[in-house]
Structure formats: C-alpha cells, structure tokens
Design a protein around this ligand. Structure first.
Ligand code: SAH
Length: 371
C-alpha cells in the first residue's frame, strides 16, 4: 500500500472493483476507466459536475469565451463551404456545462440562417451534465436534442465538434518486456485490499497492432484506444455518407510514440489514477496520428493536426480579444487578455492541445488547419 493510499478512504467503487478482481482476476485499464468515469451510479461523470473553478478541472471554453466564439465562426464558414444546407446536424460530443455551444451559437448569429438550419445534438452520458446543458441552452434560439451515443443520431449533413472528449475515452496500456508486449492491468496490491498495476502474464493480442519489437525498448509503454478509433470511424462514415466537417480538439501527440499518459486530476491537482475511482477525473493523451489514419481508411480527408495556439491565432484570436476589451474597465480587459493567453500560449494550453478536422471529400480545407 502506498503512503497516499494509507490516508485515503476507499470509495464504494474501489471496494466493488477490489471484490470483482478478487473473484475474476485483474481487469484492463480500459475496463477500469469505463467504470471509474461511466459507472451508472458511482462513475465520476455521473456523480458530480466536475468542470469549472468549483470542480476538478477547467477547459478552454470555461476559461475564455473567445474560444467558443472563434469556433462558432469556423462552423459558419464550414457550413457555407457545404453550400449552406437548409437543414443539418450540429453535433457536440461531451458538451460539459454547455458553455462551448452557447458561445458558438452567439458568434454564429452573424449568419442567422445557420441556427435556423441547425438541429443541435448533444452527445452526453451524464444526467447531471445534461441538466446543466439544458439550463444553459435555454438562453439560445435552438431546441437541442440529446443522445447517449453518436450512432443514435439520425443521418444528415453534419458539423461535429469535440473538445476534451476523446481524452476521456478508455485506453489499453502495454509494456514492452524482453519477449514482446504485455498488457498492463489493474489488479490488487500485496495487502489484497487496494488497487495496483500488474502485468498480464500472457502476450498481447495481435489485433492491437503494437509496434514491432525492434522499434521499442524494454520498459516502453504503448497506449491504444480501440474505443476512440471506433468512435472516429463512425464519425468518418457519417461524414462520407452525408457530407460535413468534424473538429476534434484535445491534448495529445501529433505522432504515435511511447509513454504512460494515463492521468487523474482531483481539485485541480494531479492524483494517483488508481486511487478514489469515481472521485477523480481520469484521462489519457489522444493519439492524433491514429485518429488521422481513421479518416484515410474511411476515404475522407483529415486536416492538421495543428496546435491549438496556431489554430486560434489563424482564426483571428488577437483581433477578437481586442474587440472584446474595447470600452471595458482595465481589470476586465486584463482578465479577457489573460484568458486568451492561457488558451493559446505555448507554455499554457496552446502547444499541448492539438486540433484535427475531418472533411468529406470535395469540401475545401477548413480555416486554420492548413499545414
Ligand atoms: N467539452 C466540454 C467538457 C469536457 S469533459 C468542455 O470543453 O468544457 C468531457 C465530457 O464528455 C463530459 O460532458 C462527459 O460527461 C462527456 N463524456 C465522457 N464520456 C462520454 C461518452 N462515452 N459518451 C458521451 N459523453 C461522454
């Protein structure tokens, strides 16, 4: 048992998982994440509204309204590039508190036809967050609909936005040992009462497409998220069949590589990922190379990834910030500028966050994603 575990009370979900592992043996990190985040009663996103100053973490739309406004203008342009269809799905995956969608719709008022044509769909599994989204979206002109799963949305030309959504989809981790790859699992520590990482004694299944032994060294960790790839595949097929663009924003790497990126956050600080399941947010970095490949495999175009800082700069962040600051008292103007710096500066969120778009064939490269 680690020192932190010693002082941290066991959560109801940890107790359940300990019992399950005692009975059936270690579980994958993906199964652990699925329960820790999505368990119907004890899952992190089901128990509380985690985002914002009072929560455990914050996100770009919560930091600066400029983020959502620039994305709103991006979406209007993307809609026009599709020939301004009179009816389309405007879909957000994992909308959190609904802030991004509210900011998008405010900026999109520039072209009133956009909101009139849009059927807004929010893909959200958490009942608590749905309530918050419902409240926020009441101030807008749209009548949104909710779906548990992207696949439940009726097909139509689509514009899809996902900010900090893919990072909470479950991953599998593998560790390179002398003879090959072994899956890293969640088992029990020596006391048999708390969770601890362990290695599967049998070789990893070939369907995970792990790097060749010659490309890796003993001790390397490699992560794969089949659920993310399935999700991305469904998005790409929808775009191919019905037309449209998707915008995926998240922290992650442009090229696949080795490393353990599984992380938990509680009260705005890092937290051990196996401690207090259901009470801490758990995420992993997104593999943008893998997400780009899904587009190519499905016959649509991927643009980017580019860094979030570059993307926002190209969309006119500086001009928008100065327009917002005009006429504001000094402290308010400073707050607006500080928010914009945080989402775009390379030593804050500007470099680690990447932006990727999917576009159906024959549509132009969307704004900000030229490489
Ligand atoms: N996009 C928001 C919130 C990010 S937090 C923002 O930028 O502020 C992640 C969001 O994804 C939450 O709304 C969470 O409830 C939702 N979510 C997590 N896993 C999900 C899943 N499998 N299906 C649908 N929504 C999910």
């Amino acid at each position: 048992m680690t020192a932190t575990q010693n002082y941290t009370p066991i959560t109801p979900l940890e107790e359940r998982l300990v019992d399950l592992i005692k009975l059936k043996g270690p579980i994958s990190i993906a199964d652990y994440m699925t329960d820790a985040l999505g368990h119907p009663h004890e899952g992190y996103y089901m128990r509380q509204t985690p985002i914002g100053a009072d929560g455990d973490f914050t996100t770009a739309p919560e930091i600066s309204q400029v983020f959502g406004e620039l994305i709103g203008l991006w979406l209007v342009e993307a809609w026009q590039s599709m020939g301004s269809p009179e009816s389309f799905n405007l879909i957000e995956l994992g909308p959190g508190r609904g802030t991004l969608m509210v900011d998008i719709l405010r900026a999109a008022r520039l072209r009133p036809g956009f909101a009139r044509a849009a059927q807004v769909w929010l893909v959200e599994t958490s009942g608590l967050l749905r309530l918050e989204q419902q409240k926020r979206l009441k101030e807008t002109e749209v009548s949104p609909l909710w779906a548990d799963d992207f696949g439940d949305i009726p097909p139509a030309p689509s514009l899809i936005v996902a900010n900090e959504f893919f990072d909470c989809l479950p991953i599998h981790q593998f560790e390179r040992v002398k003879t090959g790859w072994r899956e890293r699992l969640v088992g029990l520590d020596e006391s048999g009462t708390r969770l601890a990482f362990t290695l599967d004694p049998t070789p990893a299944a070939p369907e995970y497409n792990l790097p060749e032994i010659t490309e890796s060294e003993i001790g390397d960790i490699f992560e794969v998220s089949p659920i993310s790839l399935d999700f991305a595949g469904t998005i790409c097929r929808t775009l191919k069949e019905n037309g449209g663009h998707a915008l995926i924003i998240d922290y992650g790497h442009m090229e696949r590589g080795f490393g353990d990126t599984l992380q938990a956050v509680k009260d705005h600080a890092y937290w051990p990922p196996l401690l207090s399941p259901g009470h801490a947010d758990i995420t992993a970095h997104v593999d943008f190379e893998a997400l780009s490949k899904v587009a190519i495999e499905n016959g649509i175009n991927a643009h980017g990834p580019v860094t979030q800082g570059r993307f926002l700069d190209r969309l006119g962040l500086a001009l928008r910030v100065e327009a917002l600051c005009k006429g504001q008292p000094e402290d308010k103007a400073n707050e607006i500028r500080a928010g914009a710096t945080r989402i775009a500066a390379s030593n804050a969120m500007g470099e680690i966050f990447k932006v990727l778009s999917y576009s159906s064939p024959n549509l132009p490269t969307p704004a900000g994603l030229e490489t």
